[in-house]
Design a protein around this ligand. Sequence first.
Ligand code: BG6
Ligand code: MG
Length: 216
Amino acid sequence: MSTIKACIFDLDGVIVDTAVYHYKAWKRLADELGINFTEHDNERLKGVSRVRSLEIILELGHVTKTPEEQQELATRKNDWYVEMINRMTPAEILPGAKEFLETCRAAGIKTALGSASKNSSTILNKIGLSHLFDTIVDGNHVSKAKPDPEVFLKGAEALGVIPAECVVFEDAIAGVEAAIIGGMKVVGIGLPEVLGEANIVISGLDKMSLEILREL
Ligand code: BG6
Ligand code: MG
């Protein structure tokens, strides 16, 4: 008998593929700073906070900036990123995401967003999915970044469930670790060789079902 009462979804890479927009904005900033930044480097930024992402890029270029300069650079990158996500449409929802959220809710399973992004409300509004989440916890509500489980624990608390009753859906290694540390089950979205620590790994939410959820 399954004890799963809630599903907690990461946003970027699980519900939508915003990595391409993050990359374009970081690339523009890196170019301005004369730092060589590739799509391969961008993989390291998945699931990582905005501040930490900038630190990684500056490290790549062996560039040092004061905290004030870093703040200004992160804001500049975010302004470009927001310009792009403001143009997003429901067509950008990843396959199966909307359907699986609806399936969960129809089955009485609660849903939460658990994202590092401070832009999650903008994205959810643009793609028209806000109404499918019982609660939203994002980068505006947490002080500790994944792999710290804070974002998922806050989600569980808001839903009134305990960690053992939750399944997390994550595409980033740090997110999979956060779920495990938080005492939750976790479905990896991506490649088994990358997310091997998850209970199972699937290529996308279009491969998810209540049957699989109950067998976790
Ligand atoms: C995560 C992304 O969801 O959010 C990271 O995977 C990103 O790449 C992080 O850095 C923070 O996002 P934002 O929108 O607050 O800059
Ligand atoms: Mg993600």
